[in-house]
Design a protein around this ligand. Sequence first.
Ligand SMILES: [Zn+2]
Length: 329
Amino acid sequence: MEQLKLKLICPECRAELRKESDELRCGACESAYKIVDGIPAFCGTDEFYEGKFDVSYDDSQSFFTRPAFFPLFIRKALFRFLILNQIGSKRKKFILDKARGNELTLDIGCGGGRKWLRNYGQVVGIDVSLSSLKNARQIYNAVAQSTLEKLPFPDDYFDVVTGIDILGHIENDDKDAVLTELKRVLKPGGRLVAIVEADSDSVLFRWAKKHKELYYEKFIELDGHFGLEPPAEVIKRLNRLGYKISYKKSVYGIVLPTWEYKKAFAGGYSKKSLFIRALTTFNRSADRMTCRGSRMLVHMMLGFMDSLTMRITGFDNGHILFVEAVKER
Ligand SMILES: [Zn+2]
């Protein structure tokens, strides 16, 4: 991976940093930041996140690269049709749809990194977990250890900021500060491309919330989703902070990706309702089908059912929000 010469500033006072052996030192406020194994560290490690999302997940890029019988354009068309229409691929489809290539991109909370973000151009990843960043730097052009409230980058620096499953991890009281900081580092006209975990109002989630302890365990505590808001609230907040919404869509109201369904509803919830138990069994078998063709077909059908039910039930029913918001010039 081609390394990028990053312009880093002091996140405390925004003055320039100078490199001194194994640290970066601020000329103005004398703050010093260690370089750990080649990674500039602007914050300490976080016990909850350290090692939690290390693995870079990338399951379908091989579809393009594997030596195959068909020419590339046919493989790409097949990929779009057969892979991206599946229930579990909607995040990836959104991210790929918004890529223009050749833009300097910041991926916040990047974990172990995502190969498909390379479609955006040069990518810089930040995270609080050092072990995640060690993986991410194999994929991205540069990485830094940083929280989101104070970023070590100059004003008007990035063309795009991607935040994949990040905003739901930020407590509501801190969100304005984070989104304002993201806007600072975006160029005028730059875009925030975000996948946001949201508080769904669908029949399924309203039922799930009736079991308060289970809901807290499965939907809040498990991944650290301490800032879930209804999709419309997220949009309102972005508008208030001066972002212009250029795309919004919410998904996964009743029909969830099979792995997400199992993660949340197998176990405790399955004991509460026969219907949920049946759905869990269905989701489990959909993943276990040995015939690849039928597995694809079932996952595509579920994808279609999600689109249909979302169209009927409305925006606030989705528990995942796709949003593209532009920093106005
Ligand atoms: Zn400083």
